[in-house]
Design a protein around this ligand. Sequence first.
Ligand code: SF4
Ligand code: SF4
Length: 142
Amino acid sequence: MCIYRPNANPQRVVAVSTPNVRKSYNCAKCPGYCCSYPIIPLNKRDIERLARYFGIGVREAKKKYTVPREDEPMTMRRKADVHFGRVCQFFDTEKRNCTIYEARPLACRGYPEVAHCGYYEFLKFERRLQEDKALVATTNGT
Ligand code: SF4
Ligand code: SF4
């Protein structure tokens, strides 16, 4: 689903290119770990795309959907989530998917860049270990 890569700062994701790789993960079966990154940056084009998608002005979209964090002038606003504490505002916390898929920002379009998603491997491992196919594995005991 999403397309970002953790860099030196694990709080942050960065946009990357999207090579053609055969995926070994299934976002449809994942509770959306990558949508819980605290910093999901947006660029000018992302805001324009969001504005078009919602039929509002660019300035309004920026104000409504973004907030500055650390050194990023525009990052996704977030909301509460029972599993991860906070997730992207556009994440459906019941269905566990993106509600603006066609309009998602660049940062969400290449992750995890490679054929494997570490989060998905972790999820599969924990579900197997706990013998619970619906488990939403976390590292904080929630
Ligand atoms: S964490 Fe990985 S498997 Fe889960 S939604 Fe994101 S990219 Fe897909
Ligand atoms: S825009 Fe969609 S894909 Fe990107 S973080 Fe938000 S919910 Fe996830």
